[in-house]
Design a protein around this ligand. Structure first.
Ligand SMILES: NC(=O)c1ccc[n+]([C@@H]2O[C@H](COP(=O)([O-])OP(=O)(O)OC[C@H]3O[C@@H](n4cnc5c(N)ncnc54)[C@H](O)[C@@H]3O)[C@@H](O)[C@H]2O)c1
Length: 415
């Protein structure tokens, strides 16, 4: 039996609507790999997005899905699970309604400005038992899988520090929101915070056993001045007249430090409104070694610098590949084309498998809210003059003994 999926939100991420870079979106990924699932119901506020998604589904040879502009109707359309890829402000509202009626939810990433949202998700889960899967695809990426496996195998020793970035030049996406209705335009106008923490923080949290033996205790954030968007707008005739007067609250670069109960510290950087290359910059520093995603370097304490070739200190298909989980050793070139270099394929396969076989979600409600709340906490920290802010324990003490599922079955290498 195929898992029947309902899609809510058919914009850039949901259905690659308006994308000119060859992206296929979550919908394309599901259609390409639909061995175990089928899209039977779709929803968006805009009819043209519904029509475009419907055409993709029927062009793929699948039956015409149920279509609606009212997401509540998806909840009564007989689906086995819903995928929420709406704007950030709608995630929790839709998720809560899905969970209330017992439909497993996959919710796209983003932070939250409201800690109450986090508690509502936890309470709803504890009341109904309906699981929620937080779609942090970076937790399924090859580099993140490698460094987690290195840590699980003790190669880097005890970890003291991790770092991650969300560096992505989003100036066109944000300003383009005036035509595309993209929510980031309002977000950058109205808030100043670490607004997108989870791509880098999710893998770090998993690596450090946050919510299962460890927890975040404190957050401190600092924001630079906000000038990147205004500069971009004043130099762009398409936006100058329409957005030239707009005052943006969001600082160009927000840096955040997080303290963990077990003594590790984490550095995050959000950098989305100045010219730059995409970078997630994951690093992990431990007693026996260091990993850096940007360079691919794996620097071990016991390396003989005289005899080790410089090129052997980098993660390649030759070096360290035995540490990769099976999913990344057996991935095909076709699957790697299925969104973000293959990580979307790996994540969706895992999600569908969990729904179909009623397995626990590796990224569950406690992980989701623990990562999402960094947005609200960073906002408080910045507004208070870079003050330290306590992190809530959304597990209510369960993290001390809680066992969670890893995103992969990491290989055990005996060296
Ligand atoms: N994991 C990733 O790699 C990745 C990449 C891009 C975006 N995202 C996430 O995907 C989500 C969507 O981002 P996007 O860039 O596609 O935004 P978008 O604005 O392009 O798409 C959001 C869609 O949701 C629809 N929508 C909003 N409210 C709705 C409602 N009440 N009912 C029905 N439809 C509604 C909008 O009409 C729009 O089509 C965000 O959470 C974003 O953070 C994740």
């Amino acid at each position: 039996m195929k898992v029947k999926l309902g899609f809510i939100g058919l914009g850039q991420r949901g259905a690659a609507f308006g994308m000119k870079d060859g992206s296929i979106g979550l919908l394309g990924n599901v259609l390409n790999n639909a061995k175990d699932c089928v899209v039977t119901a779709i929803c968006d506020k805009y009819q043209e997005r519904l029509d475009a998604a419907c055409k993709r589904i029927t062009d793929n040879g699948d039956p015409t899905p149920f279509m609606t502009t009212d997401y509540k109707q998806i909840l009564t359309a007989g689906v086995d699970a819903i995928i929420i890829s709406t704007s950030w402000d709608m995630h929790v509202k839709v998720a809560l309604e899905g969970m209330q009626v017992g439909i497993p939810v996959a919710m796209e990433v983003g932070g939250t400005h409201d800690l109450e949202d986090c508690w509502k998700l936890v309470d709803m889960y504890e009341k109904t038992g309906t699981p929620i899967f937080f779609m942090e695809n970076c937790c399924y990426n090859k580099d993140e899988a490698l460094v987690t496996s290195l840590v699980r195998n003790g190669v880097l020793g005890d970890i003291s520090f991790c770092q991650g970035y969300y560096c992505h030049d989003l100036r066109e996406e944000i300003c383009g929101g005036i035509d595309t209705h993209h929510y980031r335009l309002a977000e950058y106008t109205n808030y100043n915070c670490e607004n997108y923490p989870t791509h880098e923080l999710g893998p770090i949290a998993k690596l450090l056993h946050i919510t299962s033996g460890n927890r975040f205790t404190k957050v401190v954030s600092m924001a630079s001045k906000a000038q990147g968007l205004h500069h971009y707008i004043m130099n762009n005739p398409n936006y100058k007249d329409r957005l030239g007067d707009r005052v943006f609250k969001q600082g160009d670069v927000v840096t955040t430090m997080i303290e963990c109960e077990n003594g590790e510290t984490i550095f995050l950087k959000l950098d989305t409104t100045l010219p730059r290359l995409y970078e997630r910059g994951l690093t992990a520093s431990g007693t026996k070694g260091f990993y850096c995603q940007t360079t691919g370097a794996v620097v071990l304490d016991n390396i003989d610098h005289e005899s080790t070739k410089y090129s052997d200190m980098f993660f390649t298909d030759k070096n360290y590949s035995e540490y990769l989980p099976e999913e990344w050793r057996s991935i095909t070139p076709e699957q790697m084309k299925s969104g973000h270099g293959g990580m979307d394929f790996v994540m969706l396969k895992n999600f569908v498998d969990c729904v179909k076989n009623k397995k626990p979600f590796p990224i569950d409600v406690y992980d989701a809210v623990t990562w999402m709340c960094i947005t609200a906490l960073s906002e408080q920290s910045i507004a208070g003059g870079c003050i330290p802010v306590e992190c809530p324990d959304f597990t209510r003490g369960k993290y001390k003994t809680r066992k969670t599922v890893d995103t992969f079955n990491f290989p055990i290498i005996n060296k």
